[in-house]
Design a protein around this ligand. Structure first.
Ligand code: RET
Length: 243
């Protein structure tokens, strides 16, 4: 195992950022109406899982040696749990309850489909990391990117339309959060391709720094932003007597 001190420092940065994020989310939750706290529950579930993952990474527990390199498998375990929860936190905004049986089935299909594509994206990305053969690696990587493209496409089209149909404000808030999420998420396959898992154009330290900054943005900052916007939205809806 070859974890330099700087890489470990970035893991601790991730641990600190996620802990602080969890704390802020709990404080915001305390101010929310109990009926709306499920948004905070999703957000704090994500930051708590990441806090554990970063602690394990920093302590060298979530790393394995495969062939002549090391794999930070803790990242994939973290992503496998947190990315579906992050998508779910957006989906519950766009697809609220109160609907007919037919509509519920359609919603369940959408949620299941998006989350399945996400899981396949992470699993195929992990296989790409495990592959030592270049062709295998490229095939797994491209397949992961395709699942990514599919889930982003569905979130921007079908789900955005459903959010717009709920109310103008819901469509706007969903769109803002999805915009933030896409800008952060798009960097993951880029860092992966440039880093130790791909072309090795950036050092392990830079890779750890970029993932830590992306993770804190995608989880803690995104969670806080979601709660702030959702609270404002519910407030607005209450004023318009829709809720
Ligand atoms: C991999 C490599 C293969 C190609 C693609 C990837 C995408 C990963 C993504 C991860 C998102 C992680 C988040 C984590 C937590 O906050 C697996 C890197 C497309 C999009 C948001």
């Amino acid at each position: 195992m070859n974890i330099s001190d700087i890489t470990t420092l970035w893991f601790w940065f991730g641990f600190g950022g996620m802990s602080l994020g969890s704390l802020v989310i709990c404080l915001l939750a305390a101010k929310m109406k109990p009926a709306h706290r499920y948004h905070a529950l999703l957000a704090v579930a994500v930051t708590s899982i990441a806090t554990i993952a970063y602690f394990a990474l920093a302590r060298g527990l979530a790393t394995a040696t495969v062939g002549n390199g090391s794999i930070y498998f803790g990242r994939y375990v973290d992503w496998l749990f947190t990315t579906p929860l992050l998508l779910l936190s957006l989906l519950v905004i766009a697809l609220p309850a109160k609907s007919s049986g037919e509509d519920s089935r359609e919603k369940a299909g959408l949620i299941g489909g998006v989350i399945l594509a996400d899981i396949l994206m992470i699993v195929t990305g992990f296989f790409a990391d495990l592959s030592s053969n270049t062709i295998d690696k490229v095939v797994w990587y491209v397949s992961s990117c395709l699942w990514f493209a599919i889930l982003v496409f569905v979130m921007f089209t079908v789900v955005q339309r459903r959010a717009n149909a709920v109310s103008k404000q819901t469509g706007k808030v969903y769109g803002q959060l999805l915009g933030f999420l896409s800008i952060v998420w798009i960097w993951y396959p880029i860092v992966w391709a440039l880093g130790s898992t791909g072309y090795k154009l950036i050092s392990l330290n830079t890779e750890a720094a970029l993932y830590a900054i992306l993770d804190v943005s995608a989880k803690a900052v995104f969670g806080i932003l979601t709660l702030v916007l959702v609270t404002r939205l519910k407030h607005g809806l209450a004023n318009n007597s829709n809720e």
